[in-house]
Design a protein around this ligand. Structure first.
Ligand code: PEP
Ligand code: MG
Length: 893
């Protein structure tokens, strides 16, 4: 097996094997761009290492070959004492996981080669600083020593020397620091810092492999839905130095603004700095445009390269570069992450520039991004007190209580509080808190800082680098000086105080600012399309293209006329699920209660007669809102006890009354009824079609209300397209019993109203038995709608109401599944039952209409699955309709 690829051997399409970084370094090398030479150890080697607990046998030999070639190119050997080749050992998985995995720089330095480096660089200070960085990084990431031990040693060295900044430490100080660091290694790792360069390199490679499975990497993958079995590649790259003086430096850049999509010069540059200094946001950077003044030659070359990359990748690219004494080197590029708004804008800009077509544009946006754009924003008219401005790192409007650490963020959010995580800067250990928070605010670091990159990836509101803020984590207070000159006051914000942050503008406000709808949501709501809002224009054009491309229809799950009208505005092509139980709440609950408690037929008929006109009115409104479009109305589904008072509350009430010597007839009767209907497993009990079989008149009343409403609409000139749906059917006889009753009612209504009523009677397929006997059911049922909520519940045997709390977090943590099967369809299990049901149903009844109305109908991945197995439509809540339309279009690409 070939485990090692030279940069010249790979290309950008080999991400599976070389990881994103390796594949793109290879691509840039082959484009003739200035990439330091190096090679990539494949993800396959990593997987083998993680599987077997040791590296594959051939690897060492292959690495030696490629290392020799690299040494030949560079004209020096790894760690050579008079002129050492130094390398960086960098992680790089298929999908970018910013800051999640390890990198070790300056590998090859030891007690001897540090002198050679000093000689070659003409700076002893530089060499000893590089050496202490190696021991520090190696100690932390390879030997697993707590980074604080090194930080403390640096602090001690600084105070002993009487200086404030790292850069003020002299060569002598750094030499001493290296000795201290080596002692730290001895004390905490029980070994000496390895002097042998190749041993350093091999250990670093293994540490990168291992970093695939660190807690934070696992958590990040789960958040981003990155498969856990890919492994990471490792890139060994000849070191170039951005910290050789003021004519050196390092930076990051984007070919377009990742927040807005606008073309221009975006990035940050830091003079005399190495490696991750920029991304870590430790020192404040200058805007990339300033590089022109500092080093015009490198700046012009960089701009040329950025142009080349955009034209080559036909997309926004982000890059990392280093300038070593006036010589520009490209360390990384990739198709850059961007905000949801920028994704839509850039896709359309590229179309208008003639670089990509509309299909390609459609493939570059996602339903998740569209959902994000429908998030609310701050009300522009509301009063607010602005206390600071930072960088608009990730859009959205977030309001919450200030917390200063990840632990508190998680704790408070678990108890239902909205929190804003406030940090000087974030690091990968803050990930849990970032996930739990509504928004993230930092006082340091640019748009490429850890906080910004991770927040954008999660679609979480983030303002970073708000320098006016003084964040004191220990005292748990945030201070900011404000007011006109001479009248400044210091505002103190304590943990638990509310602030509002605007990730679109970068503004930070004291207190709660009210939030309003987004323009994209408004566009869907009423079709408002202002030509000068390029985002709405982009969304509109891409949505039109998606609608033209998709095969599946999109319907809505709604049960009021109002929601039906909204769903229609959002593009719903009918109702896929109207849950009639939602019509029995509120004041009507009492009627249902009395129906359940009725002792005599006469009494229950009376209650049904009272419910009938109420239901009819509901349906008239819905048919009107959806005139001309299909409306699937489902007969009553939930267990009857849901309409009765809680058994414990009622028992207490009766007991208290008895103790007082009172006798409450009604409560007693009610309690008996509740006891009678009480079930150990109500979800598996008397519900759905079973109610129709057992409770006389209930389904007939509902069917009558539906059909009378339809008749009335016809008389009024409307076009009601009625589909009556029976829930929780497991067997065809159950279905037929109800279907006969409906036919009887229909004959009566036709005669009474003199209308020629047409309608379909179909069933939910939401039990495994229904899916497996779908051919028999299709003999009688005129359409199917897959209820993937109950089908997931009954296939896995997971109670849909309890699992999330009970054990899903453990399942997710252990990777038993990457995402809840109630959220994204479990394709091989539950999905297979849907496929079987669809196939058997269609085989028996030609053109049988097939839809899905579980929560999965609005989930992007699930929509793609339903397209694959050929369903006619998906149905979801109104707010998800644009997402489903977009993804149904994307599923055709
Ligand atoms: C389902 O089970 O998937 C469904 C749509 O019905 P409900 O959620 O009402 O049980
Ligand atoms: Mg159901």
């Amino acid at each position: 097996t070939k485990y090692v690829y030279d940069f010249a051997d790979g290309n950008k399409d080999m991400k599976d094997l070389l990881g994103g970084k390796g594949a793109n370094l290879a691509e840039m090398t082959n484009l003739g761009l200035p990439v330091p030479p190096g090679f990539t150890i494949t993800t396959e080697a990593c997987r083998a290492y993680l599987r077997d607990g040791r590296q594959p046998d051939e690897l060492a030999e292959q690495v030696s070959e490629h290392l020799s070639a690299l040494e030949q190119t560079m004209g020096k050997r790894l760690g050579q004492s008079d002129d050492p080749l130094l390398v960086s050992v960098r992680s790089g998985a298929k999908f970018s996981m910013p800051g999640m995995m390890e990198t070790v720089l300056n590998v090859g330095l030891n007690d001897e080669s540090v002198h050679g480096l000093a000689e070659q660089a003409g700076s002893g200070r530089f060499a000893w600083d590089s050496y202490r960085r190696l021991i520090q990084m190696f100690g932390k990431t390879v030997l697993g020593i707590d980074g604080d031990h090194f930080e403390d040693a640096i602090d001690a060295a600084k105070s002993a020397a009487g200086v404030e900044n790292d850069v003020d430490l002299t060569e002598e100080h750094l030499r001493a620091l290296v000795e201290t660091f080596k002692q730290v290694v001895r004390d905490h790792a029980d070994r000496d810092f390895p002097q042998e360069p190749r041993e350093q390199m091999d250990m670093a490679v293994h540490a990168v492999f291992d970093s695939w499975n660190t807690e934070r990497a696992v958590l990040y993958r789960r958040q981003e839905r990155i498969p856990s079995d890919l492994g990471t590649a490792v890139n060994i790259v000849a070191m170039v130095f951005g910290n050789l003086g003021m004519d050196s430096g390092t930076g990051v850049a984007f070919t377009r603004d990742p927040a807005s999509g606008a073309q221009g010069i975006y990035g940050d540059y830091l003079q005399n700095a190495q490696g991750e200094d920029v991304v870590a946001g430790i020192r404040n950077t200058v805007p990339l445009a300033d590089l022109e003044k500092l080093d015009k030659k490198s700046y012009d070359e960089l701009l040329g390269i950025m142009q080349t990359l955009e034209e080559h990748y036909l997309d926004l690219c982000d890059i990392e570069f280093t300038i070593e004494r006036g010589k520009l080197w490209m360390l990384q590029t990739r198709v850059g992450k961007r905000t949801a708004g920028a994704a839509f804008r850039i896709a359309l800009q590229l179309v208008d520039q003639g670089l990509i077509d509309m299909d390609e544009a459609l493939s570059r946006v996602t339903g998740a991004q569209l959902a994000q754009l429908m998030f609310p924003q701050f009300d522009a008219k509301a009063k607010r007190k602005k206390i600071a401005k930072g960088m608009n790192a990730s859009p959205g409007a977030a309001v919450g209580k200030v917390v200063f650490d990840s632990y508190t963020a998680v704790k408070w959010s678990r108890s239902g509080e909205d929190v804003i995580l406030v940090r000087r800067e974030t690091n990968p250990d803050d990930l849990n808190g970032m996930i739990a928070a509504k928004g993230i605010l930092t006082s340091r670091g640019g748009k490429t800082s850890h906080a910004a990159v991770v927040a954008r990836g999660m679609g979480k509101t983030c303002v970073c680098g708000a320098e006016a803020l003084d964040v004191n984590t220990k005292q748990r207070v945030l201070r900011v000086r404000q007011g006109p000159h001479g009248h400044e006051e210091t505002i103190e914000i304590h943990e638990g105080d509310v602030i509002s942050i605007d990730g679109t503008s970068g503004d930070v406000f004291l207190g709660e600012v009210p939030v309003v709808d987004s323009p994209v949501a408004r566009y869907f709501e009423d079709g408002t399309l202002s030509e000068d809002d390029d985002l709405v224009v982009a969304v509109d054009r891409i949505m039109r293209h998606a609608d033209g491309a998709r095969r599946m229809a999109v319907r809505a799950n709604v049960d009021t006329a109002e929601d039906a009208a909204r769903a229609r505005r959002y593009g719903a092509q009918g109702i896929g699920l109207c849950r009639t139980e939602h019509m029995f709440l509120g004041e009507r609950r009492e009627l249902v209660e009395r129906l359940i408690l009725a002792d005599t037929d006469a009494e229950s008929e009376k209650m049904l007669a009272e419910l009938l006109p109420l239901q009819r009115e509901d349906f008239i409104g819905i048919f009107e809102a959806m005139d001309g479009l299909p409306v699937t109305i489902r007969l009553l589904d939930p267990p009857l006890h849901e309409f009765l008072p809680n058994i414990t509350d009622l028992s207490v009430r009766v007991a208290v009354a008895e103790a007082r010597g009172e006798k409450r007839e009604n409560d007693l009767r009610m309690l008996q009824a509740v006891h009678k209907l009480h079930e150990q497993n109500p979800m598996l009990g008397l519900r759905g079609v079973r109610l129709g079989v057992v409770i006389p008149g209930l389904f007939q009343m509902q069917s009558r209300a539906i059909l009378e409403a339809a008749a009335q609409r016809i008389k009024a000139g409307g076009v009601p397209r009625v589909e009556i749906m029976v829930p929780l059917v497991a067997n065809v006889q159950e279905f037929e019993t109800v279907k006969h009753d409906i036919a009887d009612v229909a004959a009566e209504v036709r005669a009474e109203t003199g209308t020629h009523l047409e309608f379909l009677v179909g069933t939910m397929i939401e039990l495994p038995r229904a899916a497996l006997t779908a051919d028999q059911i299709a003999e009688s049922a005129e359409f199917f709608s897959f209820g993937t909520n109950d089908l997931t519940q009954t296939t896995w045997g997971f109670s849909r109401d309890d699992v999330e709390a009970a054990f899903f977090s453990a399942y997710l943590e252990k990777g038993i599944f990457g995402i809840s099967p109630f959220e994204t369809i479990d394709a091989p299990g539950v999905g297979e039952l849907v496929r079987i049901g669809a196939e058997k149903g269609r085989a028996r009844r030609d053109g049988l209409k097939l839809g899905i109305c579980g929560e999965h109908g609005g989930d992007p991945d699930s929509v793609h699955f339903f397209e694959k197995i050929g369903l006619d439509y998906v149905s979801c809540s109104p707010f998800r309709i644009p997402v489903a339309r977009l993804e149904a279009g994307r599923s055709m690409l």
